[in-house]
Design a protein around this ligand. Structure first.
Ligand code: MRU
Length: 339
């Protein structure tokens, strides 16, 4: 199996549970877990065992189907709509979660005239279609993105928008993974991405597995590498894009964009159309997840590094205003925005 064939979530052989790669354990251990209960599904998203906007959407779709398999015939409608609401409350920023859940609910509603067995079948088909469509979308996005760079370019990326965050090629990492597949040399720079280190733990891992040779930097070194002319472009993913192009992505994306503007480095956002949320007019309408301060002060350190009781502010995402974005790349092409 090539690295690009990675599916971080998939159905088990018997189709009664979901097998996930537990992303909290990477890169030390590549561990899979089997998930069946509603609580484990919620926790997998909340604790980032399953993470990355498109991957959360694919997982949510399979979750609805698997819960249907474990729900008595007469309770499908009540049980599944309550479950969808519960799962939707696990994380607020990535719109792919509510998008996938509303797709599944629509199928559930439309299937009311069918038998319970047929209803479960249509839910399965829809979840599989959401998964397959993400694989196809990532291929297209990667192809468009590869057209924006040339051999030996330095590309800086933030967080993880690769196979682990989607299926197969990823969005922001797609062009790099596609370049690796085609033997095109690039110079990837990877922000470590404090506090949960998705860059250091997951992006560096993925790029190495694909045969690229990433250079890992701390988030606060991005301006340094730009000032030295080491990077030609910024490629990131997105969790939610407002109608005016303002883009929420992992905390730190905004400072990367400000630095890119200052140094004249083009800033590209990569995302499927399903990441656009027309209900949000601007970035101000995008809900930003706040997480536990202990992720800053304690987690991933041998011992707590901050004085006990210190107040921490831990927003998981920030919004890059559209003026700082050169273009948004979707499965439909490259959409110029403003930067
Ligand atoms: O908190 P995470 O790890 O789920 O955040 C993920 C990101 O910010 C990604 O850049 C985004 O979801 C795009 S993934 C293709």
């Amino acid at each position: 199996m090539e690295y690009f064939d990675t599916d971080p979530v998939r159905l088990s052989g018997g189709k009664k549970s979901i097998i996930i790669i537990d992303q909290r354990r990477l890169p030390g251990e590549l561990v899979t877990r089997e998930i069946t209960s509603a609580k484990d599904m919620y926790d997998a998203i909340k604790t980032l065992a399953v993470r990355g906007a498109p991957c959360i959407g694919i997982f949510a779709a399979y979750c609805v189907y698997v819960r249907a398999e474990h729900t008595p015939d007469g309770e499908l409608d009540n049980e599944l709509s309550g479950f969808a609401e519960y799962l939707n409350s696990s994380r607020p920023t990535a719109v792919n979660l509510s998008w996938a859940l509303s797709q599944m609910r629509a199928v559930l509603d439309e299937s009311r005239g069918l038998t319970p067995t047929q209803r479960r079948e249509v839910l399965l088909k829809k979840a599989q279609q959401i998964h397959q469509s993400d694989i196809d979308t990532c291929e297209k996005i990667a192809e468009y993105g590869l057209g924006l760079i040339k051999e030996n370019d330095g590309v800086i990326t933030h967080c993880n928008a690769g196979a682990l965050a989607t299926s197969r090629l990823g969005t922001g990492l797609g062009p790099l993974l596609l370049a690796a597949r085609r033997g095109i040399k690039l110079r990837p720079y990877v922000d470590e991405t404090r506090p949960l280190l998705q860059g250091a733990r997951l992006t560096a891992y993925e790029l190495q597995k694909a045969g690229l040779e990433p250079t890992l930097i701390c988030d606060n070194m991005a301006a340094y590498v730009m000032s030295r002319g080491l990077v030609n472009t910024v490629f990131i993913g997105a969790d939610r894009i407002a109608a005016n192009g303002d883009t929420a992505n992992k905390i730190g994306s905004l400072s990367l964009a400000v630095n890119a503007k200052h140094f004249g480095v083009p800033f590209y956002v990569f995302a499927p159309r399903s990441t656009f949320d027309p209900k949000c007019k601007t970035g101000e309408d995008i809900p930003i997840e706040l997480r536990e301060g202990s992720e800053i002060s304690t987690l991933y350190f041998e011992r707590p590094i901050a004085p006990e009781g210190v107040r921490c502010l831990n927003p998981a995402f920030d919004v890059v205003p559209h003026e700082l974005i050169t273009a948004i790349v979707t499965e439909e092409g490259v959409l110029s925005v403003g930067g």
